[in-house]
Design a protein around this ligand. Structure first.
Ligand code: ZN
Length: 145
């Protein structure tokens, strides 16, 4: 693997080649695992299971219809709930990454700011990363000023 050495500053966004299916599946699994882990940590996982257990008249369809009815309102509430904790915020980012992966697999793993492909090692460490290290550093820097 030839790493793009040197060349600091604004590199012209080259068209990154889409991630291979194998890699996409790998990161999908990583994200789903993270999601499961955080949900468990938040205690939401058990809740979901208990709730399903208790209303075991086999009527799961009404549940999903109910959720669909709530639409974006429920989403906003979920977001508010999630952002109340550090784990929750992390979960939100993981969910967003999964959405990106499903909706735009072609651009998954590219920096949302400069469009360069994120190094595999970065995604391996942070599968929900949206920016390359250089852009992320710039953003953090801007926040501090
Ligand atoms: Zn970047």
């Amino acid at each position: 693997m030839a790493s793009t050495s040197g060349a600091s500053g604004a590199a012209a966004p080259k068209k990154p080649k889409p991630m291979s299916k194998k890699h996409l599946q790998h990161f999908e699994k990583r994200l789903l695992d993270e999601r499961k882990r955080v949900l468990k940590e938040l205690g939401k996982y058990d809740e979901v299971f208990n709730a399903t257990d208790q209303s075991s008249d086999g009527d799961l369809s009404s549940y999903s219809f109910h959720m669909a009815d709530q639409g974006t309102d429920a989403m906003e509430r979920e977001k508010a709930f999630l952002f109340a904790s550090k784990e929750g915020r992390y979960l939100w980012h993981v969910n967003q990454a999964l959405q990106r992966l499903y909706k735009n697999p072609d651009t998954f793993g590219t920096c949302m700011t400069c469009g360069n492909q994120l190094p595999f090692e970065r995604l391996e460490a942070l599968p929900h990363a949206r920016m390359c290290i250089a852009c992320k550093a710039k953003e953090e820097d801007a926040k501090r000023r």
